[in-house]
Design a protein around this ligand. Structure first.
Ligand SMILES: [Zn+2]
Ligand SMILES: [Zn+2]
Ligand SMILES: [Zn+2]
Length: 152
């Protein structure tokens, strides 16, 4: 893996069609409910909680259980990731399926994906030194995005 890369954000339309395409590939047919959920998720550049999505979709008569099932499904097929953050409240973010790490803004919730070969190598080294065989890892860095630094 090469140096450090900061992922460019896809436009909402592209994210929405990616979600719908991946659902179709996994055998889930397109329903009005799934389209509405995909659109709501695609429109969010920031991290979001299940509750926020439930509140947004309530006026469209999409229930809490349906939203939770859709979130689980999208996590399973690799389009959404759960951020650990605050232990009492997981949030979600739309992500590309390739391995990457997260820079999460504590001001506006913006999530930026980064790929860093040096971090990957260092994690493997650390594990090797501890005689540990790593399977997966998550790196989330919390702080302030550029816009929020200026606003502070
Ligand atoms: Zn991610
Ligand atoms: Zn921010
Ligand atoms: Zn990594």
């Amino acid at each position: 893996m090469a140096g450090t890369q900061i992922a460019t954000r896809q436009p909402a339309e592209v994210r929405k069609s990616t979600i719908l395409r991946r659902l179709a590939e996994h055998g889930y047919r397109l329903t009005a409910t799934r389209a509405a959920i995909a659109e709501a998720i695609a429109a969010r550049p920031a991290q979001f909680t299940a509750r926020e999505l439930v509140e947004e979709l309530e006026p469209h008569r999409i229930g809490r259980a349906t939203v939770f099932r859709a979130l689980d499904l999208l996590v399973q097929i690799g389009l959404l990731e759960r951020l650990h953050g605050d232990l009492s409240c997981h949030s979600y973010t739309y992500c590309a399926p390739e391995h990457h790490h997260h820079l999460v803004c504590t001001g506006c919730g913006l999530v930026t994906s980064v790929v860093a070969g040096t971090v990957e190598r260092e994690i493997r080294n650390l594990a090797r030194q501890a005689n540990f065989r790593p399977e997966t890892h998550h790196v989330e860095i919390y702080g302030r995005c550029q816009a929020c630094q200026h606003a502070d």
